[in-house]
Design a protein around this ligand. Structure first.
Ligand code: UP5
Ligand code: MG
Length: 216
């Protein structure tokens, strides 16, 4: 049963840590709407009408973080279109300025359960209640394990970033830019660190009680 009220959970972790895999399990059991920033960017990249397609492709190929306003627009559109009010946001925020702008000040419930994510100071002018991310699931995985998973997936995924050169770049960006986001939320005592080198089911056994706890 879905918990009452708006709940936003960020699912963060290195490339190949299992964010998508675990989110799918959570969706099945708890009915969250799963918004993977990477999936939304890939979808936009393939949309022939998008003006950002080429730029997104270049960034993903290089393992770099796409400019915030593009990603935020995609996430926020999906939230607005959704009839749900419980969201798993997978792979975002990915760098400190994204975290600072989104945490506590940027997820704004509008009338009739519509949502908007803003990235600027204009938020302070909005006469609305602010929603904090409920908590952060940090999938903490050994780098070598992640590398093997991604190389294996690369045999069939068709993802332009599942090759050894880009994988190394993604690791570097994760360590330099995304780990500070986890520290940032850690200081706010919002992070649940989930070791995730075991099988998907075993990892999920550690996650599920946290979601069940939301109903209490
Ligand atoms: N697998 C999963 N769990 C396993 C387990 N416990 N045991 C054994 N195998 C396991 O899993 C990866 C692979 O491992 C799969 O084959 C799975 O079966 C297996 P997955 O669940 O897909 O892991 P995930 O963490 O989701 O890996 P992903 O590759 O999606 O993570 P990234 O963070 O690298 O990718 P994302 O799609 O989020 O981003 C891609 C790029 O988009 C970024 O590099 C960046 O360029 C761009 N981007 C932005 O610019 N901004 C954003 O906000 C988001 C993305
Ligand atoms: Mg993913």
């Amino acid at each position: 049963k879905a918990p009452e009220g708006t709940i936003v959970i960020f699912v963060l972790g290195g490339p190949g840590s299992g964010k998508g895999t675990q989110c799918n399990k959570i969706v099945k059991d708890f009915g969250f709407v799963h918004l993977s920033a990477g999936d939304l960017l890939r979808e936009e990249q393939q949309n022939p009408n998008s003006k950002d397609g080429d730029l997104i492709k270049t960034y993903i190929k290089e393992g770099k973080i796409v400019p915030t306003e593009i990603t935020v627009k995609l996430i926020s559109k999906k939230m607005q279109e959704s009839k749900s009010n419980i969201f798993l946001i997978d792979g975002f925020p990915r760098k400190l300025d994204q975290a600072e702008c989104i945490s506590g000040v940027t997820l704004v419930p509008m009338a009739f359960q519509h949502y908007r994510i803003t990235t600027g100071a204009d938020i302070w002018n909005l006469d609305s209640e602010v929603v904090e991310p409920h908590f952060i699931l940090f999938l903490d995985c050994d780098k070598e394990v992640m590398k093997q998973r991604l190389l294996k997936r690369g045999e069939t995924s068709g993802r332009i970033d599942d090759n050894i050169e880009t994988i190394e770049k993604r690791f570097k960006v994760f360590e330099e830019e995304s780990l500070p986001v986890i520290e940032y939320f850690g200081e706010k005592e919002k992070v649940h660190r989930i070791p995730c080198t075991e099988s998907p089911d075993e990892v999920y056994l550690k996650i599920r009680p946290l979601l069940e706890g939301l109903n209490k």
